[in-house]
Design a protein around this ligand. Structure first.
Ligand code: PXP
Length: 258
């Protein structure tokens, strides 16, 4: 199973101080040394972390494949086409969100997404669609020409956290009326949905990745799903890098995955 390391939050830290360090570009050789398979960055419309010059330097200098997450906004897609990363992962974006909430609605935005896929393919950029583990979304992704989907593991991760900690931030408020038994049941159901979705994707001939909210506590069950060939993990690795160093944080995650 491949590991894509999302390095957005190196830029988040730099931008908090509005200076030039830490530089996300410096992470590239550490990722390679630690055995990461891919670098993942998200060029958001609001540029809250990765900026255009980061994306340019990373695409020009990376010796690992670059997976750029992006919305279907035409200006962003033009930038992606000019940068030519290995892959673009199309994600939904809302300015006020803390992080990507929910998957892309491929059924509702079928026409727009299909056009974007065709444009990216013409530019020799692979396309993955970040979607919820939902059978209809998977089938539609295949139908409109995607070769890959990334299953959103956010609900699974939130349920895992709600069950195993007393954290009470907004994403977990939706579970606040759930007792432990219900949380456990919901977690089992969500994991089963991820497994069945991965199987459906694979059976349809799609490559299947997964990501969002994965961490050192919850990654094993997802890594055990044999139809999933890649995980993209950001926040937890960068958070652990503060204490362990980036290389060790990646090695530790790779060990858990393997
Ligand atoms: N995959 C996709 C498509 C994402 O949008 C993100 C968040 O940028 C991730 C993976 C990584 O999520 P996290 O930072 O929670 O590990």
């Amino acid at each position: 199973m491949k590991l894509g390391v999302n390095i957005d939050h190196i830029a988040t830290l730099r931008n908090a101080r509005r200076i030039n360090e830490p530089d996300p570009l410096m992470a590239l050789h550490v990722l390679k040394e630690a055995g990461a398979d891919q670098v993942t960055i998200h060029l958001r419309e609001d540029r809250r972390h990765i900026m255009d010059f980061d994306a340019k330097r990373i695409c020009e200098n990376s010796f690992l494949p670059v997976n750029m997450e992006c919305s279907i906004n035409p200006e962003i897609i033009d930038i992606i086409c000019s940068l030519k990363p290995q892959r673009a992962t199309l994600v939904p974006e809302r300015r006020e969100e803390v992080t990507t909430e929910g998957g892309l609605n491929v059924i509702k935005f079928e026409k727009e997404i299909k056009k974007v896929i065709e444009k990216l393919h013409k530019n020799e950029i692979e396309v993955s669609l970040f979607i919820d583990p939902d059978f209809e979304q998977i089938k539609k992704s295949k139908e409109i020409g995607a070769l890959m989907v990334e299953l959103h593991t956010g609900r699974y991760a939130n349920l895992h956290l709600a069950l195993n900690s007393n954290i009470n931030h907004t994403p977990f408020k939706i579970f606040e009326n759930f007792d432990r038994k219900t949380l456990k049941k919901e977690l089992e159901l969500e994991l089963k949905l991820l497994k069945d979705s991965a199987k459906l994707g694979k059976d349809l001939g799609l490559e299947v990745a997964a990501g969002h909210g994965l961490n050192y506590q919850n990654v094993k069950e997802i890594a055990n799903i044999k139809e999933i060939s890649e995980l993209n993990i950001g926040h937890s690795i960068i958070a652990n890098a503060i204490f362990l160093g980036l290389k060790e944080a990646i090695i530790k995650m790779k060990e858990l995955i393997n």
